[in-house]
Ligand binder design. Sequence first.
Ligand SMILES: [Zn+2]
Ligand SMILES: [Zn+2]
Length: 326
Amino acid sequence: MPNTASFSRRDFLAASAFACTAAAATTRTARADEPSVEEQDGGPQLIDCHLHINHYDRSIDDTIRHMDGTGTTQAFILPLETGEGGVTLKSETVLHSFFQYPDRIIPFCQTDIRRPDALDRVRAYHLLGCRGIGEQKEHLPLGDKRVEAVIALCDELNWPITIHFQDGAGGYNQGIADHLETYLKRYKQVRMIGHAQTWWANISADVPPPEESLYPTGPVKPGGLLDRLMGDYPNLYADLSAGSGFNALSRDEDFTAGFLERHRKQILFGSDCPCRDGKGENFNGVCYSMQLQKFLKRMIPDEAALADVFFKNAQRALNGPLESSL
Ligand SMILES: [Zn+2]
Ligand SMILES: [Zn+2]
């Protein structure tokens, strides 16, 4: 490991200097008034709101191969700088992939929010062309002031933030039931994107303790936290990715049909798939993206509603409420 303090300062200064020259180049891609994906390319559109490079050691090129294999036009590429949770991906690598594939990659940033320079680093990543924070996944409770500080910064920058909610010992952003609404009341501009086990367990009013199950199955009890908060706060979005999203959607299809209908403007297609080819190579023959696309096409017969979930809501989450007519 390099000396952390000097690496951090050098790294930040280099990023800031680079930002001055790169900002002009990236402004074009980062502007909110860009034509929509639909207008750029007449084909079917799909934005994956949750992908990682380095997932199961997947390279940048293999991540693009996954997008090609699954019909994914663009993807939010989410770094995980601290490696908590198993994947380590630096924001610099995401920016590198963005400069390599500017039409395919929507770069997010993430940095260790326990470091004193975290907010300055996020501002540098903003100048470099990043479009949001995520995946926010560090061993800190949701009520921690440092978690609130990055949510507040996203609010200021008019950004989304993708948060991994996992209650219990060794979890991340614990305390969704106690703290999320406080932030939603306090910060109206930031788009909060909910992801992972505890987020999805709250599709039901009946949530088992995390030590009992993080992937509850069986019929959903109506009146869950997600229905209430997504109904009350239009800047709260749901990320359908990973086993947690698919488990929640497939446990009670009758309930799911209504949930997808009620929140059709706030639901984001996402896979979090680690495979390389859209066929589950290196992942036991399963591709989360293909599995979810097939499921959603069956569950959402209305084409306009499917377009919302497949890419229009992702554009709204990126650009904010002013762009809601996209
Ligand atoms: Zn992830
Ligand atoms: Zn896949």
